[in-house]
Design a protein around this ligand. Structure first.
Ligand SMILES: [Zn+2]
Ligand SMILES: [Zn+2]
Length: 173
């Protein structure tokens, strides 16, 4: 899912002076995320993002990216539609020539690969388990019934507490 790198946002074009900043409201189109073997799509299809660009004293940029998007796909427990919200608030600093730690992998020649940065941040912010709701009861391991609908009383003979079986034997005697 790496996608083609596109350093297509020209920050030099903003013509910011040292210490100046600009807030940009943009849209990013996300490729689906692969979690486990399932595909999860960002919603909406074009996610509005807020990008704060600051030109630092002494050169380089400090960047902050914020957006909220839903991660839509099957619940990992019960397989119905889930769309948990992912809130992203990440920063990057790019000061070329001052060591690797201060060079952003998303920047090249004052151009930003916004799509790659947003995609990586979205993937990192995604929940480990995508659930339709936090307390999803999942599927019955015996018959695959949706336990959210079947309710807590749903059970099978074999799953029954053996002590009850003993009690029933006593009743029959
Ligand atoms: Zn569920
Ligand atoms: Zn069952």
């Amino acid at each position: 899912m790496a996608g083609a790198r596109a350093f297509d946002l020209d920050l030099a074009g903003l013509k910011l002076g040292a210490g100046e900043g600009r807030r940009l409201e943009l849209e990013v189109k996300f490729e689906p995320l692969l979690l486990g073997s399932q595909s999860y799509a960002a919603q909406p299809a074009r996610v509005p993002v807020r990008l704060d660009v600051s030109r630092m004293l002494g050169g380089g940029y400090a960047l902050r990216l914020r957006f909220t998007a839903a991660l839509a796909g099957p619940c990992m427990r019960c397989l119905t539609d889930a769309a948990p919200l992912v809130r992203v608030d990440v920063r990057e600093v790019d000061r070329p020539g001052e060591g690797e730690e201060l060079e952003s992998p998303y920047m090249r020649d004052e151009r930003l690969d916004l799509a790659a940065w947003a995609r990586d941040a979205f993937a990192l912010g995604a929940p480990v388990k995508v659930l339709c709701r936090e307390d999803c009861a999942g599927l019955c391991p015996v018959c695959a019934a949706d336990l959210n609908e079947a309710g807590p009383g749903h059970a099978h003979e074999r799953a029954r507490d053996p002590r009850w079986a003993k009690l029933r034997e006593l009743e029959l005697e």
